[in-house]
Design a protein around this ligand. Structure first.
Ligand code: AHR
Length: 525
């Protein structure tokens, strides 16, 4: 039955191509709506908020007495914007910062908190005004889950265990009582626990074997006591994993997991991989041309091979795919904006970033059976941010809009897509012209996300969808005049989604996808 549908779809496509005359800017695809794949876990749309530059202070936290509208010190404009993204989880407090963070500095009366130095990020003064309670308040305001990274590098298992106990223990014991005294009777929910950060680098430059010995101990003793987190809701522990293509951590952690004894466990392995080009980052985030555009997109597409490489190793140790690959730092890492503090990792965010984000999200979705969580770096004011702020001003970046357009894909079911993506070539770079995923949401609607990488030519995309006779497609398109177009505080509307609507002919969707654009549509029968 299935193959007959495929045949019919192919015949329809062939007939349509005959009528219209295929050009090289025409792409034909076939969506197998009757072959549901894995779930696209909503956690792949996760965020990362580190104490770094204005990522927290200024970007999220303005303080209770600020003239900037806030709720208990957390800025309301940022909260409202993030709510629209349905952010599934926020990773905090770092990053490299996490392995030097001592949680006790960030609890208790604000005027009594110790200030410290943020040694990783420019030696900035860390007032510790934004600590555990403020983070938990923030994620509750935006409706997200907590992904807390504990300090393995300069901390101890006891410090980390005490932190989790403080956050999750019942009020019958002293740590719970202390939390109550600081204003929160209910145990907090900690859905995800990061056991260290980049332990191969800023997190202690540990050999894989040394890290594994730490992992066993932290995994055992850093417990979650929240009674509501039993069974399916249990905290998931994420081990440090590979740095890009290096496989030593992947092998060591997965081997240890396969050979583990009953007393410890993990549920995820982290992968960090940025789209950088060269290190240290020197590709500009503004005023670049097509060469830079094509180069960075080609670089970002390497994420697919990286995930396949680590997945192949994980499959050897874990054929049942119990351990998730968690890409908890990804995104474009570009040259610091001229005039900004280079330690604060401030960069602009252009249409190119939105396209780059869509390509990564599509890659994660296509690997949904293994990649069940990801966190773009970072949420506000740092690297490939969703939001940029300047005092009371806030602007939503093109990447923000891409994330907002992908909301229907959260917890949807991936559908296979076949077809010829076409080719976009620039200089030595040859890239697919189009990239696409399809999925069915919980209400049964089919959604397509289509990216046209070609900055010069629109693409006519013809889509046959097995088991459906579409009449139209309704959604949004994100594009701009130039690939380096950005939104600024003065002109916040240069790269914003616009309505998109297209018809169908003879049961096939016929979509004109503008050059350098992302289109997300719902298929209407
Ligand atoms: O996101 C910035 C930094 O990049 C993080 O702190 C670190 O984990 C990574 O190297």
């Amino acid at each position: 039955m299935t193959s007959r549908f495929h045949l019919i779809a192919s015949m329809l496509l062939a007939a349509y191509a005959g009528i219209c005359g295929a050009t090289d800017a025409t792409v034909t695809v076939h969506v197998e709506a009757d072959h549901p794949g894995p779930k696209i876990d909503r956690n792949i749309f996760g965020q990362f908020a580190e104490h770094l530059g204005a990522g927290i202070y200024g970007g999220v936290w303005v303080g209770r007495d600020s003239p900037i509208p806030n709720v208990r010190g957390i800025r309301s404009d940022v909260v409202a914007a993030l709510r629209a993204l349905k952010v599934p989880n926020v990773r905090w407090p770092g990053g490299c910062f996490a392995d030097e963070y001592h949680w006790r500095n960030g609890i208790g009366p604000e005027d009594k908190r110790r200030s410290t130095l943020n040694a990783n990020w420019g030696g900035a003064v860390e007032p510790n005004s934004f600590g555990t309670h403020e983070f938990m308040d923030f994620i509750e305001q935006i409706g997200a889950e907590a992904y807390v990274s504990v300090n393995v590098g300069s901390g101890t298992p006891r410090e980390a265990a005490d932190w989790l106990e403080y956050m999750t223990a019942p009020t019958a014991i002293d740590s719970g009582k202390e939390r109550v005294a600081n204003g929160h009777p209910e145990p907090y929910r900690v859905r995800f626990l990061g056991i260290g950060n980049e332990s191969w680098g800023c997190g202690g430059a540990m050999t894989p074997e040394y890290y594994v010995s730490q992992l066993r101990i932290f995994s055992r003793y850093v417990r979650n006591y929240n009674p509501s987190q039993a069974g399916e809701a249990a905290m998931r522990r994420i081990a440090v994993g590979p740095d890009g293509g290096s496989t030593d951590y992947t092998e060591a952690v997965m081997r240890a997991w396969r050979e583990k004894v009953w007393s410890w466990d993990i549920e995820g392995l982290s992968l960090h991989s940025y789209t950088v080009g060269v290190w240290p980052p020197r590709h500009p985030s503004t005023d670049f041309g097509e060469g830079e555009y094509a180069f960075m997109l080609k670089q970002t597409l390497a994420m697919d091979g990286l995930i396949s490489k680590h997945t192949a190793i994980m499959d050897r140790y874990d054929p049942d795919k119990k351990i998730a690959l968690v890409v908890d730092e990804w995104g474009a890492w570009l040259a610091p904006l001229p005039g900004s503090n280079p330690h604060f990792l401030v960069q602009q965010n252009s249409l190119r970033d939105a396209i780059l984000a869509s390509l990564n999200l599509n890659i994660f979705a296509r690997h949904a059976d293994r990649v069940r969580m990801a966190n773009i770096a970072q949420m506000v004011n740092v690297l490939q941010a969703m939001i940029m702020t300047d005092g009371p001003r806030m602007v939503l970046t093109p990447t923000y809009h891409a994330f907002r357009m992908y909301v229907p894909f959260q917890d949807s079911t991936l559908l296979p897509v076949h077809g010829d993506a076409g080719i976009y070539a620039f200089g030595d770079s040859s890239l697919p012209r189009t990239d696409m995923i399809a999925a069915r949401d919980a209400r049964g609607s089919v959604w397509l996300a289509i990216t046209n990488l070609d900055p010069n030519r629109s693409v006519t995309l013809r889509a046959a969808i097995t088991g459906m006779r579409p009449v139209e497609a309704i959604g949004e398109v994100l594009t701009a005049q130039r690939v380096d177009a950005v939104n600024t505080f003065q002109r916040a509307d240069l790269v914003v989604p616009r309505p998109f609507r297209s018809g169908a002919r003879d049961g096939l969707l016929a979509l004109d996808i503008p050059a350098k654009s992302l289109v997300v549509i719902q298929v209407i029968e």
